[in-house]
Design a binder for this molecule. Structure first.
Ligand SMILES: C[S@@+](CC[C@H](N)C(=O)[O-])C[C@H]1O[C@@H](n2cnc3c(N)ncnc32)[C@H](O)[C@@H]1O
Length: 315
């Protein structure tokens, strides 16, 4: 495996809002290449990190990068949704001091740079298998969804990341093409999507990439997972402990904002539905508007452009 130095997103802001403290226990729900965990462990020499990832190949990368911290770091293959079970398994009886969820795929997954073959996360993935599952043992893959979903299910799936007029063209083209030959590699899917979205001219690549994101979100049930993950993290936090979410697209921004507002005792759903029943406040939201990366960071790491940081404190 080649060693890459993954660039973690919004490192200064993550440290500022997480506020690691001596002896603190932190949960990294998306270990990835271990960048944010390393930041916590280096910044606060007495701290401990429990980090999980659904992708064993990413955990291997994290293990290499974090080896220097010895038993201050515990890595587990799990979904952050199962945080409470992970803590139980580790016999950790106390609450945790902070939790971080850094949504979406890592650059290593997108580039097919993890151990073994790439798994079709990127439109440039060539003849990789079109899986897109963070957990490689999960039966549901992008290829299986494209083969099995009905027209209305495909419309709903692509409707999350494509614009109104694009959805119908993409779905019709997929249904026609899957009748001719399975869509089982990025090479074929990119061709099918480019055909459907061609009239977008120079923007076609971005629209194809948005369609890939819609598929990946569905394969991994990412939005429901994020809601559950935030709930679980808030349950596990000590009073004064903080939850941080880094989101990267409209669907994630919305789930993070609404879920934290709901846990603050605010109304469920969009602002116009204000008037719903008041609920017990479990957190205080610290970022009324989510934070953006600085111009300097975007220049250094253009992939950070769409990142938004949401933070809340357990009351
Ligand atoms: C953006 S990367 C994290 C990068 C990491 N923060 C760093 O600085 O190196 C996101 C990681 O989350 C993992 N992931 C996605 N959904 C997950 C879930 N529900 N539970 C655990 N890991 C998940 C992916 O496999 C990926 O490795």
């Amino acid at each position: 495996m080649t060693q890459f130095e993954h660039v973690s997103v919004m490192p200064e802001e993550v440290t500022k809002y997480l506020q690691p403290r001596p002896g603190g226990v932190y949960f990294d729900g998306t270990a990835g290449a271990g960048g944010h965990s390393k930041l916590i462990l280096e910044g606060e020499p007495d701290s401990r990190v429990i980090a999980v990832d659904r992708d064993p190949a990413m955990l291997e990368m994290a293990a290499q990068r974090l080896a220097q911290f010895g038993d201050r770091v515990t890595l587990r293959r799990a979904s952050y949704e199962d945080l409470l079970d992970v803590l139980d398994d580790l016999n950790l009886e106390s609450c945790i001091d902070g939790a971080l969820i850094d949504c979406g795929p890592s650059h290593d997954q997108l580039a097919g740079r993890t151990v073994g073959q790439g798994r079709g996360f990127s439109m440039h993935g060539g003849d990789e298998p079109l899986e897109m599952a963070y957990d490689p043992d999960q039966p549901r893959t992008a290829a299986s969804l494209l083969a099995e979903l009905s027209e209305s299910e495909l419309r709903e799936l692509f409707g999350r990341t494509l614009r109104g007029g694009e959805v119908g063209r993409v779905v019709r083209t997929i249904i026609r093409e899957r009748g001719l030959e399975p869509i089982a590699t990025p090479e074929r899917l990119t061709r099918v999507l480019t055909d459907a979205l061609r009239s977008k001219g120079p923007d076609t690549g971005k629209r194809v990439s948005a369609a890939y994101a819609g598929l990946r979100i569905a394969v991994n049930d990412e939005l429901r997972g994020l809601e559950r993950g935030i709930d679980a993290a808030v349950e596990a936090l000590c009073s004064g402990g903080r939850i941080l979410v880094l989101s990267f697209h409209g669907g994630e921004h919305r789930v993070a904002r609404q879920k934290l507002r709901e846990l603050e005792g605010g109304p469920i759903g969009p602002p116009r539905l204000i008037g719903g029943p008041e609920r017990e406040a479990k957190v205080k939201v610290l970022t009324r508007s989510p934070l953006h990366p600085s111009d300097a960071e975007v220049q250094r790491n253009p992939a950070s452009r769409s990142a938004r940081l949401h933070a809340a404190e357990r009351v």
